[in-house]
Ligand binder design. Sequence first.
Ligand code: SF4
Ligand code: SF4
Length: 344
Amino acid sequence: MSNVIFQKTGGNMEDYLTSFRSLLDRLEFPYQRGDSVGIKLHWGEIGNTSFLPPHYAREIANRLQEHGVKPFVFDTTVLYSGGRRTGKDSLKTAEEHGFTQDFLGCPVVIGDGLDGHDVVDVEAGFRHFETAQVTSLVDKADGFFIFSHFKGHLAAGFGGAIKNISMGFASRAQKQRMHSDAHPVLNRKKCTKCGICVDSCPTGAATFADDEYPEYDLEKCIGCAQCIALCPAYALKVFWNTDATIFQEKLVETAAAVWNRIGSKTLLINALVKITAECDCMPGDNPGIAADLGFIGGYHPVTVDREAIKLVGADTFNQAHPNIPWQRQFDYAGEIGFTEPILK
Ligand code: SF4
Ligand code: SF4
Protein backbone atom coordinates (compact mmCIF):
# COMPACT_ATOMS: atom_id res chain seq x y z
CA MET A 1 0.00 0.00 0.00
CA SER A 2 1.49 3.34 -1.06
CA ASN A 3 1.32 6.19 1.49
CA VAL A 4 -0.03 8.65 -1.01
CA ILE A 5 -1.56 8.41 -4.48
CA PHE A 6 -1.64 11.30 -6.93
CA GLN A 7 -4.11 11.38 -9.78
CA LYS A 8 -3.49 14.13 -12.30
CA THR A 9 -6.43 15.89 -13.86
CA GLY A 10 -7.28 18.40 -16.55
CA GLY A 11 -9.86 19.15 -19.23
CA ASN A 12 -13.53 19.61 -18.43
CA MET A 13 -15.62 18.66 -15.40
CA GLU A 14 -16.27 15.17 -16.76
CA ASP A 15 -12.49 14.64 -17.15
CA TYR A 16 -12.01 15.78 -13.55
CA LEU A 17 -14.60 13.28 -12.38
CA THR A 18 -12.96 10.51 -14.42
CA SER A 19 -9.66 11.27 -12.65
CA PHE A 20 -11.42 11.33 -9.33
CA ARG A 21 -13.01 7.92 -9.97
CA SER A 22 -9.60 6.52 -10.93
CA LEU A 23 -8.20 7.68 -7.62
CA LEU A 24 -11.11 6.10 -5.74
CA ASP A 25 -10.32 2.84 -7.58
CA ARG A 26 -6.76 2.93 -6.27
CA LEU A 27 -7.55 3.54 -2.59
CA GLU A 28 -7.81 0.65 -0.13
CA PHE A 29 -11.03 0.97 1.83
CA PRO A 30 -10.80 0.30 5.59
CA TYR A 31 -14.56 -0.05 6.05
CA GLN A 32 -16.77 -3.10 6.70
CA ARG A 33 -20.11 -3.79 5.02
CA GLY A 34 -22.89 -2.04 6.91
CA ASP A 35 -20.57 0.63 8.36
CA SER A 36 -21.88 4.14 8.69
CA VAL A 37 -19.23 6.45 7.18
CA GLY A 38 -19.19 10.25 7.40
CA ILE A 39 -17.91 12.19 4.40
CA LYS A 40 -16.42 15.38 5.85
CA LEU A 41 -16.27 18.33 3.49
CA HIS A 42 -16.92 22.07 3.25
CA TRP A 43 -19.99 23.08 1.21
CA GLY A 44 -18.92 26.73 0.98
CA GLU A 45 -20.02 29.91 2.71
CA ILE A 46 -23.03 31.63 1.26
CA GLY A 47 -21.87 33.74 -1.69
CA ASN A 48 -18.58 31.84 -2.05
CA THR A 49 -17.90 30.72 -5.60
CA SER A 50 -14.75 28.63 -5.18
CA PHE A 51 -16.11 25.74 -3.11
CA LEU A 52 -15.95 22.34 -4.77
CA PRO A 53 -19.21 21.27 -6.38
CA PRO A 54 -21.14 18.34 -4.86
CA HIS A 55 -20.27 16.01 -7.75
CA TYR A 56 -17.14 14.78 -5.97
CA ALA A 57 -19.06 13.97 -2.80
CA ARG A 58 -21.58 12.08 -4.91
CA GLU A 59 -18.77 9.99 -6.39
CA ILE A 60 -17.48 9.16 -2.91
CA ALA A 61 -20.98 8.31 -1.67
CA ASN A 62 -21.61 6.07 -4.70
CA ARG A 63 -18.34 4.26 -4.18
CA LEU A 64 -19.01 3.73 -0.48
CA GLN A 65 -22.43 2.34 -1.28
CA GLU A 66 -20.87 -0.08 -3.78
CA HIS A 67 -18.79 -1.34 -0.85
CA GLY A 68 -21.96 -1.91 1.18
CA VAL A 69 -21.24 1.12 3.35
CA LYS A 70 -23.87 3.66 4.46
CA PRO A 71 -22.45 7.14 3.78
CA PHE A 72 -23.59 10.54 4.96
CA VAL A 73 -22.15 13.99 4.28
CA PHE A 74 -21.46 16.41 7.12
CA ASP A 75 -19.91 19.68 8.22
CA THR A 76 -20.02 21.56 11.54
CA THR A 77 -21.33 24.99 12.50
CA VAL A 78 -18.98 27.97 12.55
CA LEU A 79 -18.30 30.93 14.85
CA TYR A 80 -19.07 33.76 12.51
CA SER A 81 -22.30 35.08 11.08
CA GLY A 82 -23.25 34.18 7.53
CA GLY A 83 -24.78 31.08 6.05
CA ARG A 84 -23.30 28.41 8.35
CA ARG A 85 -23.48 29.74 11.89
CA THR A 86 -26.46 27.64 12.92
CA GLY A 87 -27.20 24.11 11.83
CA LYS A 88 -30.43 25.21 10.17
CA ASP A 89 -28.71 27.96 8.16
CA SER A 90 -25.87 25.68 7.24
CA LEU A 91 -28.20 23.02 5.86
CA LYS A 92 -29.94 25.72 3.82
CA THR A 93 -26.57 26.84 2.43
CA ALA A 94 -25.68 23.22 1.66
CA GLU A 95 -28.93 22.86 -0.24
CA GLU A 96 -28.37 26.08 -2.19
CA HIS A 97 -24.93 24.80 -3.17
CA GLY A 98 -26.37 21.50 -4.41
CA PHE A 99 -25.50 19.28 -1.42
CA THR A 100 -28.88 17.61 -1.15
CA GLN A 101 -29.84 14.04 -0.36
CA ASP A 102 -31.47 13.81 -3.79
CA PHE A 103 -28.27 14.72 -5.58
CA LEU A 104 -25.78 12.95 -3.33
CA GLY A 105 -27.82 9.84 -2.69
CA CYS A 106 -27.12 10.03 1.04
CA PRO A 107 -28.14 12.20 4.01
CA VAL A 108 -26.58 15.59 4.74
CA VAL A 109 -26.17 16.35 8.46
CA ILE A 110 -24.63 18.85 10.85
CA GLY A 111 -21.89 17.09 12.78
CA ASP A 112 -22.30 19.09 15.99
CA GLY A 113 -26.10 19.04 15.81
CA LEU A 114 -28.54 21.75 14.78
CA ASP A 115 -27.92 23.61 18.05
CA GLY A 116 -24.15 22.99 18.14
CA HIS A 117 -24.44 20.87 21.30
CA ASP A 118 -23.86 17.43 19.85
CA VAL A 119 -20.20 17.31 20.86
CA VAL A 120 -17.82 15.22 22.96
CA ASP A 121 -14.45 15.81 24.63
CA VAL A 122 -11.68 13.62 23.28
CA GLU A 123 -8.31 13.14 24.90
CA ALA A 124 -5.51 15.33 23.57
CA GLY A 125 -2.77 15.56 26.23
CA PHE A 126 -0.68 18.10 24.35
CA ARG A 127 0.94 21.46 25.24
CA HIS A 128 -2.12 23.64 24.57
CA PHE A 129 -5.02 21.23 24.93
CA GLU A 130 -5.54 18.43 27.46
CA THR A 131 -8.78 17.60 25.65
CA ALA A 132 -10.44 18.74 22.45
CA GLN A 133 -14.18 19.23 22.04
CA VAL A 134 -15.38 17.88 18.71
CA THR A 135 -18.43 16.48 16.92
CA SER A 136 -19.87 13.42 18.63
CA LEU A 137 -19.74 11.69 15.26
CA VAL A 138 -16.23 10.56 16.24
CA ASP A 139 -18.05 8.09 18.51
CA LYS A 140 -21.17 7.48 16.46
CA ALA A 141 -19.81 6.84 12.95
CA ASP A 142 -17.92 3.65 12.04
CA GLY A 143 -15.55 5.46 9.69
CA PHE A 144 -14.77 8.69 7.86
CA PHE A 145 -13.84 9.95 4.43
CA ILE A 146 -12.08 13.31 4.65
CA PHE A 147 -12.52 15.22 1.42
CA SER A 148 -10.60 18.51 1.51
CA HIS A 149 -10.34 21.40 -0.89
CA PHE A 150 -6.63 22.27 -0.78
CA LYS A 151 -6.08 26.05 -0.90
CA GLY A 152 -4.75 29.04 1.02
CA HIS A 153 -6.03 30.28 4.36
CA LEU A 154 -5.64 33.64 6.06
CA ALA A 155 -4.65 32.28 9.47
CA ALA A 156 -3.32 28.80 8.69
CA GLY A 157 -1.44 29.71 5.48
CA PHE A 158 -2.95 26.70 3.75
CA GLY A 159 -6.03 24.61 4.38
CA GLY A 160 -6.20 20.92 3.59
CA ALA A 161 -6.75 17.69 5.46
CA ILE A 162 -5.22 18.81 8.79
CA LYS A 163 -7.49 21.82 8.92
CA ASN A 164 -10.54 19.87 7.75
CA ILE A 165 -10.08 17.40 10.60
CA SER A 166 -9.19 20.07 13.13
CA MET A 167 -11.41 23.13 12.63
CA GLY A 168 -13.84 21.03 10.62
CA PHE A 169 -14.56 18.55 13.43
CA ALA A 170 -14.26 21.09 16.27
CA SER A 171 -17.19 22.33 18.33
CA ARG A 172 -17.78 26.07 18.30
CA ALA A 173 -16.03 26.30 21.69
CA GLN A 174 -13.01 24.41 20.40
CA LYS A 175 -12.91 26.63 17.32
CA GLN A 176 -12.88 29.64 19.63
CA ARG A 177 -10.09 28.14 21.75
CA MET A 178 -7.98 27.70 18.63
CA HIS A 179 -8.65 31.24 17.39
CA SER A 180 -8.24 32.98 20.73
CA ASP A 181 -4.74 34.24 19.95
CA ALA A 182 -5.87 36.16 16.86
CA HIS A 183 -7.52 39.58 16.64
CA PRO A 184 -8.06 42.10 13.84
CA VAL A 185 -5.85 45.12 13.30
CA LEU A 186 -6.99 48.00 11.07
CA ASN A 187 -5.10 49.70 8.29
CA ARG A 188 -6.83 53.09 8.26
CA LYS A 189 -5.39 54.01 4.88
CA LYS A 190 -7.42 51.23 3.27
CA CYS A 191 -10.61 51.45 5.38
CA THR A 192 -13.62 53.00 3.62
CA LYS A 193 -15.71 53.07 6.85
CA CYS A 194 -18.33 50.85 5.21
CA GLY A 195 -19.30 49.23 8.53
CA ILE A 196 -19.45 45.67 7.24
CA CYS A 197 -17.04 44.46 9.94
CA VAL A 198 -19.27 45.97 12.63
CA ASP A 199 -22.46 44.48 11.20
CA SER A 200 -20.91 41.04 10.87
CA CYS A 201 -19.15 40.78 14.25
CA PRO A 202 -20.92 38.04 16.27
CA THR A 203 -19.85 39.38 19.69
CA GLY A 204 -20.25 43.15 19.36
CA ALA A 205 -16.49 43.57 19.65
CA ALA A 206 -16.38 45.71 16.50
CA THR A 207 -18.02 49.12 16.97
CA PHE A 208 -18.45 52.17 14.87
CA ALA A 209 -19.28 55.79 15.64
CA ASP A 210 -20.54 58.09 12.88
CA ASP A 211 -17.76 59.11 10.56
CA GLU A 212 -15.15 57.37 12.71
CA TYR A 213 -13.01 54.37 11.91
CA PRO A 214 -14.23 51.08 13.43
CA GLU A 215 -12.73 49.94 16.71
CA TYR A 216 -12.28 46.42 18.05
CA ASP A 217 -12.68 45.60 21.74
CA LEU A 218 -10.13 42.87 22.27
CA GLU A 219 -11.83 41.84 25.53
CA LYS A 220 -14.95 40.88 23.59
CA CYS A 221 -13.21 39.62 20.43
CA ILE A 222 -13.18 35.84 20.03
CA GLY A 223 -10.76 35.92 17.10
CA CYS A 224 -13.24 34.40 14.67
CA ALA A 225 -11.75 36.43 11.79
CA GLN A 226 -15.19 37.15 10.32
CA CYS A 227 -14.42 40.86 10.03
CA ILE A 228 -11.11 40.12 8.33
CA ALA A 229 -12.78 37.75 5.92
CA LEU A 230 -15.60 40.11 5.00
CA CYS A 231 -13.76 43.43 4.72
CA PRO A 232 -14.14 44.42 1.05
CA ALA A 233 -11.16 46.82 1.24
CA TYR A 234 -8.71 44.26 2.70
CA ALA A 235 -8.16 46.80 5.49
CA LEU A 236 -7.97 44.22 8.28
CA LYS A 237 -5.17 41.84 9.02
CA VAL A 238 -4.72 39.18 11.68
CA PHE A 239 -2.86 40.44 14.72
CA TRP A 240 -1.42 37.68 16.88
CA ASN A 241 -1.62 38.33 20.63
CA THR A 242 1.11 35.85 21.30
CA ASP A 243 2.80 34.24 18.39
CA ALA A 244 1.30 33.13 15.08
CA THR A 245 2.87 29.74 15.62
CA ILE A 246 0.53 29.04 18.56
CA PHE A 247 -2.47 28.92 16.23
CA GLN A 248 -0.67 26.44 13.99
CA GLU A 249 0.11 24.27 17.01
CA LYS A 250 -3.46 24.40 18.30
CA LEU A 251 -4.74 23.45 14.87
CA VAL A 252 -2.43 20.45 14.78
CA GLU A 253 -3.25 19.37 18.34
CA THR A 254 -6.98 19.29 17.62
CA ALA A 255 -6.40 17.36 14.40
CA ALA A 256 -4.15 14.89 16.23
CA ALA A 257 -6.74 14.35 18.97
CA VAL A 258 -9.42 13.63 16.37
CA TRP A 259 -7.09 11.44 14.36
CA ASN A 260 -6.22 9.34 17.40
CA ARG A 261 -9.92 8.50 17.58
CA ILE A 262 -10.68 7.97 13.87
CA GLY A 263 -7.37 7.28 12.11
CA SER A 264 -7.72 3.54 11.76
CA LYS A 265 -11.00 3.82 9.85
CA THR A 266 -10.47 6.89 7.70
CA LEU A 267 -9.49 7.68 4.12
CA LEU A 268 -8.54 11.08 2.77
CA ILE A 269 -8.54 12.92 -0.53
CA ASN A 270 -7.13 16.41 -1.08
CA ALA A 271 -8.47 18.13 -4.19
CA LEU A 272 -5.82 20.35 -5.78
CA VAL A 273 -8.27 22.20 -7.99
CA LYS A 274 -9.59 25.76 -7.73
CA ILE A 275 -6.59 26.57 -5.54
CA THR A 276 -7.44 29.98 -4.11
CA ALA A 277 -5.61 32.32 -1.73
CA GLU A 278 -8.38 32.10 0.86
CA CYS A 279 -10.71 29.41 2.11
CA ASP A 280 -14.28 28.61 1.13
CA CYS A 281 -15.50 30.48 4.24
CA MET A 282 -14.93 33.72 2.32
CA PRO A 283 -17.92 35.12 0.46
CA GLY A 284 -17.47 36.13 -3.18
CA ASP A 285 -14.76 35.27 -5.67
CA ASN A 286 -11.34 34.46 -4.28
CA PRO A 287 -8.25 34.86 -6.44
CA GLY A 288 -6.75 31.66 -7.82
CA ILE A 289 -3.06 31.19 -6.99
CA ALA A 290 -2.17 27.98 -8.83
CA ALA A 291 -3.26 25.84 -11.75
CA ASP A 292 -5.49 22.82 -11.21
CA LEU A 293 -3.32 19.77 -10.61
CA GLY A 294 -5.45 16.81 -9.56
CA PHE A 295 -6.28 14.75 -6.50
CA ILE A 296 -4.18 13.21 -3.74
CA GLY A 297 -5.49 10.20 -1.86
CA GLY A 298 -3.95 8.78 1.26
CA TYR A 299 -4.19 7.42 4.75
CA HIS A 300 -2.84 10.20 6.95
CA PRO A 301 -3.68 13.94 6.97
CA VAL A 302 -0.10 15.14 7.48
CA THR A 303 1.12 12.98 4.59
CA VAL A 304 -1.50 14.15 2.09
CA ASP A 305 -1.04 17.80 3.09
CA ARG A 306 2.74 17.57 2.83
CA GLU A 307 2.42 16.02 -0.62
CA ALA A 308 -0.04 18.73 -1.66
CA ILE A 309 2.36 21.49 -0.57
CA LYS A 310 5.12 19.78 -2.52
CA LEU A 311 3.02 19.62 -5.69
CA VAL A 312 1.60 23.15 -5.51
CA GLY A 313 4.87 24.67 -4.28
CA ALA A 314 5.61 26.21 -0.90
CA ASP A 315 6.31 29.57 -2.52
CA THR A 316 2.70 29.82 -3.62
CA PHE A 317 1.53 29.88 0.00
CA ASN A 318 4.45 32.01 1.21
CA GLN A 319 3.52 34.65 -1.35
CA ALA A 320 -0.22 34.49 -0.60
CA HIS A 321 0.33 34.63 3.18
CA PRO A 322 3.83 35.96 3.81
CA ASN A 323 3.59 36.27 7.59
CA ILE A 324 1.99 32.93 8.40
CA PRO A 325 4.39 30.25 9.69
CA TRP A 326 2.37 27.39 8.18
CA GLN A 327 5.49 25.18 8.11
CA ARG A 328 5.08 24.92 11.88
CA GLN A 329 2.13 22.57 11.29
CA PHE A 330 4.45 19.92 9.87
CA ASP A 331 7.25 20.45 12.39
CA TYR A 332 4.87 20.37 15.32
CA ALA A 333 3.04 17.30 13.99
CA GLY A 334 6.40 15.53 14.05
CA GLU A 335 7.14 16.75 17.58
CA ILE A 336 3.89 15.36 18.98
CA GLY A 337 4.02 12.10 17.03
CA PHE A 338 1.17 12.98 14.68
CA THR A 339 2.74 11.22 11.72
CA GLU A 340 2.07 8.21 9.58
CA PRO A 341 3.74 5.01 10.75
CA ILE A 342 6.50 3.90 8.39
CA LEU A 343 5.19 1.05 6.22
CA LYS A 344 7.28 -2.09 6.13
S1 SF4 B 1 -15.24 46.24 6.70
FE1 SF4 B 1 -13.16 47.00 6.24
S2 SF4 B 1 -13.47 48.87 5.06
FE2 SF4 B 1 -15.43 48.39 6.05
S3 SF4 B 1 -15.36 49.55 7.99
FE3 SF4 B 1 -14.59 47.51 8.45
S4 SF4 B 1 -12.36 47.70 8.21
FE4 SF4 B 1 -13.24 49.48 7.20
S1 SF4 C 1 -13.80 41.77 16.00
FE1 SF4 C 1 -13.20 39.74 16.73
S2 SF4 C 1 -15.14 38.70 17.21
FE2 SF4 C 1 -15.64 40.48 15.91
S3 SF4 C 1 -15.68 39.63 13.82
FE3 SF4 C 1 -13.60 40.44 14.18
S4 SF4 C 1 -12.41 38.66 14.91
FE4 SF4 C 1 -14.61 38.13 15.11
